[in-house]
Structures are given as C-alpha cells and as structure tokens.
Ligand binder design. Structure first.
Ligand code: NAD
Length: 509
C-alpha cells in the first residue's frame, strides 16, 4: 500500500484531466467563455470552508482527552453540502479535503440536488468504550452544530461510523436547536418584532430534479415548533429507522454498486451484440480490451469471479448482493488480512464468523459450513493480484498503486472505496485495458439513498424499501448511462468521463 500519497493532490490531478475535455467539449456548456471555465476550475481547486475542531472528551477513568476533527465544506453550487464523517487514526486534512471534493463530484454525477463535504475525527474507535464513543460523537456534533443543518450541510456515516453514531449526533444537534426554536416560538407568539424571530436553520424545499434546493432563508417562524424540530432530523442521514432513517440506507452503497456494475456490464454486452455500434477503437482499447472474452459471459454461463478488499458496511453488502446475483466471490479481506475461498464465500456465515472472532482470518465459510479445508489466508497484496474477473476495493484509499497496478489480473475494477487508485496506477490500468468504474460513480448509491432520507425527513414521509430500491436503481442506471455516453463521446476512461459530467453540471448552476 502507498504511504506517502496526498489524496487531495490525486483528486486535483483527476480534476485537471477532466477539465481539458470540458474546454474542448462541443455542447451548450461551451457557451461559457474559457475565462468562466477557468474561474470554475479555480473555485473547485479549494474547499469553500474548512472547519478545524478540538473535541474534549471525558474518558471512563476521569481524565480529559482532546480529539482533533475536521469538517470540510467543499462546494454547494448544486445544493446543501453533503458528506460522511470518518473516525480513523489516519484522518488528516488532505484526506478529508479529497473526500469532500469527491463528494461534490459524486452528488453531481448522481444528479442529486446536493453539494459536497466531509468530516473526520482522528481516533481509533476500537480503543474507546461505548460511553467514550458516544461522548466523542456528541462532542463532534456540538463542535460543528453552527455550520450544519438541512439546508446547510448534511453529514452521514463513513468509515467506522454508523446509524447508532448518527442517532447520537442528531439527538445532540436537536437538543441544541430545540432550546433556540422554542425561544423563537415564544417570541413569535408574543408578536414581537418578526425580524428578530427568523430561524437560523431554515427549511429548504426539495427538488428531485437536480436543481439547487431553494432555501427559505430568513423566513419568519410560523407553524408548529415541533414540526420544525422534527424536520431538523434531516440534518443527518444514515440514521437508524427509529431515528428517522430511510429504509434501504444501510445497504444502499453496496446495492447501488451492484446496479452500476450490472449497468456497465450491460453496456459492454449490447456493444458486443451490435458490432456496428460506433465506439472508437481507443475507447474500446481503454475500456474493453481485457473484457473482450467476458462479453459472452454476460449471460452468466459461468459465474464471474470477484475479490473484495474490505468487509465493513460497503464490502459486506456488496458481497451479499453479488452472491445473490450469481457472482462468485472467492476472496475478501479486512484490516487484519484476507481469505481466499475458491468455492465462493457465504456472506452471512462469514459475517457471523468475523463477528464471533473479531477478524476474518480462518473464516473459510462456503456453502453451508465454515471449514478450515475450504480456504487459505492471503495478504492484502495477494488479494489485489488474484486472477479474478472483478476486483472491488471497498476499504481505504491509495491501495492500488504504480507498484501493484502492473500485477493486477482483474478485468474490471469497481471502486467502492473512495480514492482507492492513485493517478499513476490509473494510467497503468488504462494502458493495460482494465476497466475502472470510478468511485464517484460506483459508490454513489449511498449518498443517493441519503438524499432520499433527507427528502423524506423534510417532507415528513417514510417510503417503503421497495420504493427506495426502485428509485435507487433508476438513479444508478441513469448515472451509469451518462458517464458511459460521455466516455464514448470524448473517447476517454469512465473516470475522466464521470468528472466531465460532474464539472459540467456544477458549471451550469
Ligand atoms: P467500514 O468501517 O464499515 O468498513 C471498512 C472495512 O475496511 C472494514 O472491514 C475494515 O476492516 C477494512 N479495512 C480497514 N483497513 C483495511 C486495510 N488496510 N486493508 C483491508 N481492509 C481494511 O467502512 P465502510 O462504510 O464500509 O466504507 C468503506 C469505504 O467505502 C470507504 O472508502 C468509504 O469512504 C467508502 N464509502 C462508504 C459509504 C457508506 O455508505 N458507508 C458510501 C460511499 C463510500
């Protein structure tokens, strides 16, 4: 794994590559002058706001410990900032800035009425007790309370954070805001000067058509204070259902990844069925050279083989959906190492085994049993280099580097983690004809259902899981289609195409 790569520099390299195509682009965006394009580029090279916080937490032994945290609000041209919160010992400013930038791109690729942000706390949550974790989560929510809200910035889970943590954070946020709302309601009921009673958190109207949400900034308080307080639940997504979460959010990133993968594989399939389709030879070389023999496999005469790095929220759900759709997942890993199970992992048994042991090692669960004879341990590097059809990094960034890219044997890489491939590795993979389905497209299912959750909270609705998944599938197919068509048009990779789609949409706002 690469140690010294600045993910924000990688993100900017991706941006600059895409902007060359935006400048050359032959579409309505070209009505903008080169100066306007330069201005947007300059704007996208830095976040709009960086919040640095130090969070005091009383530990179980009575001592006080300070934790460093960040909230980076990158771009809100298309709507309120949106992005997860990561708890990890390696969190740093460059990483959070990169993740916030990618969120801006991702929301635009998925055509959501949201901008991009990200948060992080430097901590190894495994070293904290449940009480310490709750106090840290509440402390972080307090420290950023002034800059978040349904129309400002909407956080969500990321690495090492989950629905329970979002529940603590939303509870803390609402506790802070409730006092303010009730005070303003009381003032309003006494008919005092209305200008003194406009709420800090105003409620945005929600559009699902990709237009920027219109804040009713400065509106005077009217209606039920409780209804307003309830709408503040929209400040956090990825919550448990009991706290106002959406059906399907927990597994949305994995399910969205499956929909994107199937949509891209189907594009290759229809191209194979229609040999006269006008796809340039360079694009074919860049995106399907090594996929060629597999095109005939798309009717699944044999299961495509998959290796997945990471077995957390995203990795586990990805494996679950792949297996239920006939893929053969033969290797998975967690932070402690990987397992190779050639007959195909059973996701539920593997998860149960990992929960029992605390790690994946030895969990060779296939069919209906876990048995040591069914697999072998492998390192992260060995997993990345397995001869599989599809490789899925679903853990951390910068794991596919210029050192291991030449040794990767997969034909398709589905980037479920954010930023798993360095720019140098990306070049090598493109030259080798390996199709990379980029993170800003591949893992956009999570933020898409987060957007649905935000919308449900604001409208006071609760959609069925069937409804959520149907809308998710549609969104993912449309996003995959837009990126595919742009790649075809510009004769470039899916990653550059995704950035072109995103930058053009941001410019149009
Ligand atoms: P998680 O904390 O639930 O799981 C992370 C997994 O990665 C764990 O299994 C952990 O053991 C493993 N891991 C950590 N270090 C590793 C290493 N060096 N090698 C191999 N495995 C390692 O986090 P998650 O929510 O599943 O997020 C995973 C990735 O997906 C991150 O890059 C995150 O930004 C991205 N992502 C998450 C979501 C979401 O909805 N959770 C949405 C979009 C993108």
């Amino acid at each position: 794994m690469a140690d010294h790569i600045n993910p924000f520099e990688s993100a900017l390299a991706q941006l600059h590559k895409a902007v060359r195509f935006v400048e050359l682009s032959n579409n309505p965006i070209n009505k903008l002058s080169n100066q306007q394009i330069k201005n947007t580029l300059q704007m996208l090279e830095q976040p709009e706001r960086e919040v640095h916080v130090n969070i005091p937490v009383t530990m179980d032994d009575g001592t006080l410990r300070m934790f460093q945290g960040y909230r980076i609000q990158y771009n809100n041209a298309r709507g309120p900032y949106k992005g997860g919160i990561r708890f990890h010992p390696h969190v740093d400013l460059h990483e959070v800035k990169a993740l916030a930038f990618w969120m801006s791109m991702k929301c635009a690729v998925a055509d959501l009425p949201l901008g991009g942000s990200k948060g992080g706390v430097v901590v190894d949550p495994k070293e904290l007790s449940a009480g310490e974790l709750e106090r840290l989560s509440r402390g972080y929510a307090r420290s950023i309370a002034d800059v978040i809200g349904p129309d400002k910035d909407v956080p969500a889970p990321d690495v090492n954070t989950n629905g329970t943590i979002m529940g603590w954070m939303v509870d803390e946020f609402i506790t802070i805001k409730r006092a303010e709302v009730l005070r303003l309601a009381e003032v309003a009921s006494k008919n005092l000067d209305p200008s003194s009673v406009s709420l800090a958190e105003s409620r945005p109207s929600v559009s699902t058509k990709g237009s920027r949400s219109q804040s009713e900034a400065g509106r005077n308080f009217s209606g039920s204070p409780q209804a307003y307080i309830d709408s503040l639940r929209a400040t956090f997504t990825g919550k448990a259902i009991k706290d106002g979460g959406s059906e399907g959010r927990e597994e949305a990133t994995g399910l969205g990844g499956l929909y994107i993968l199937l949509a891209i594989l189907a594009k290759f399939k229809s191209k194979a069925l229609n040999p006269k389709s006008k796809i340039s030879s360079k694009f074919q070389t860049q995106n399907s050279k090594r996929l060629g023999f597999r095109i005939s496999d798309l009717g699944f005469p044999r299961p495509l083989t998959v290796a997945v790095m990471g077995f957390g929220n995203v990795g586990y759900n990805m494996v679950k959906f792949l297996v239920s759709h006939g893929f053969n997942v033969i290797a998975v890993s967690d932070s402690k190492g990987g397992i190779h199970v050639p007959s195909g992992v059973n996701p539920e048994l593997t998860l149960a085994c990992k929960k029992k042991n605390g790690y994946l090692a030895g969990c060779y669960c296939s069919g209906s049993v876990c048995d040591l004879s069914k697999g072998r341990p492998i390192t992260q590097e060995q997993l990345l280099e397995l001869p599989v059809d599809i490789l899925i990094p679903a853990a951390l960034e910068n794991v596919i580097t210029k050192e291991n890219a030449p040794k990767i044997k997969a034909n398709v890489i589905l980037e479920m983690a954010n930023g798993p491939t360095t720019p140098e590795a990306d070049e090598i993979l493109a030259k080798r004809g390996i199709t990379v389905i980029p993170d800003v497209l591949a893992n956009s299912g999570g933020v898409t259902v987060s957007c649905f959750e935000w919308e449900q909270n604001l409208k006071g609705q609760h959609w069925t899981k069937e409804d959520v998944n149907k809308k998710l599938k549609r969104k993912m197919e449309v996003a995959a289609g837009a990126v595919w068509e742009t790649a075809k048009k510009h004769n470039t990779t899916l990653r550059t195409a995704a950035f072109v789609v995103a930058v053009e949409r941001i410019m149009k706002k």
